[in-house]
Write a protein that binds this ligand. Structure first.
Ligand code: SF4
Ligand code: SF4
Length: 229
């Protein structure tokens, strides 16, 4: 007999559930807040409420086996803060995109697999780990990395090393270098523009989104159709 709160048998794992039912295994769902009560008065005894009928069952099994629960790592919030990446509502690491980038974290060059991502079976973990190895190889096998042109750039002349850009960047791209000036690590920059707007010295430029370019685009947009906004 299996006592449970919830069962998820996605994909072909439904077959195992069917085989267990056909073999005579009984599944008893108990209500939330009414966990089974175990006592050893006169032998092992388990009291459980069947959610289907609302009746209390008293079982006297030979063995009581507890299944192991899976919880997110206790350090996940710390790592998430250090890596500037996102956790799910359940406390596991969130992939960049469930279909297009399923083993990538939001930051370029950082990947995840296995229980860092969610509770999963070993075959799923191995498949993810192979995908991560493949993704990492696409980076490590190159002598040079091509990066998108729209990245932030600091003019160090006016930089006062206030580290505002370091704090606001969601991808950890800016750093204060040995010359006490901000520097953007181009491979990490996603071109969001947050540092450009936040820099008090106005000394960061988002390439291809510079003020004169934006002004020219707005002028063109606003004067088209006879000047109608
Ligand atoms: S926010 Fe501007 S002034 Fe401050 S460290 Fe960054 S680039 Fe320099
Ligand atoms: S443009 Fe966005 S991603 Fe790039 S350094 Fe600035 S804040 Fe970070």
């Amino acid at each position: 007999m299996v006592l449970y709160r919830d069962i998820r048998t996605y994909g072909f794992r439904e077959v195992y559930y069917q085989q267990a039912r056909e073999a005579g295994v009984l599944f008893v769902r108990f209500p939330e807040g009414k966990e089974p009560q175990v006592s050893d008065a006169g032998g092992l005894q388990v009291k459980v409420t069947d959610a289907g009928t609302g009746r209390e069952l008293i079982l006297q099994p030979d063995w009581l086996v507890l299944s192991t629960g899976i919880a997110p790592g206790a350090d996940n919030p710390v790592f998430s803060g250090l890596m500037r990446t996102t956790l799910t509502a359940d406390g596991f690491f969130l992939e960049a995109h469930p279909k297009l980038r399923p083993v990538d974290l939001a930051n370029e060059g950082e990947f995840l697999a296995g229980l860092a991502h969610s509770p999963r079976f070993i075959d799923e973990t191995i498949a993810q780990a192979k995908a991560v190895a493949g993704r990492a190889a696409t980076v490590l096998s190159r002598a040079f990395l091509d990066i998108a042109g729209q990245v932030a750039k600091v003019d160090p002349t006016n930089c006062v090393a206030c580290a505002t850009c370091v704090k606001v960047c969601p991808y950890g791209a800016p750093m204060i270098n040995d010359l006490h000036k901000a520097e953007i690590q181009g491979a990490k920059c996603m071109g969001c523009g947050s540092c450009t707007a936040a820099c008090p010295a106005h000394t960061i430029t988002l390439q291809h989104q510079e003020c004169n370019q934006m002004t020219a685009m707005l002028d063109e947009l606003l004067v088209s159709d006879g000047g109608a906004p």
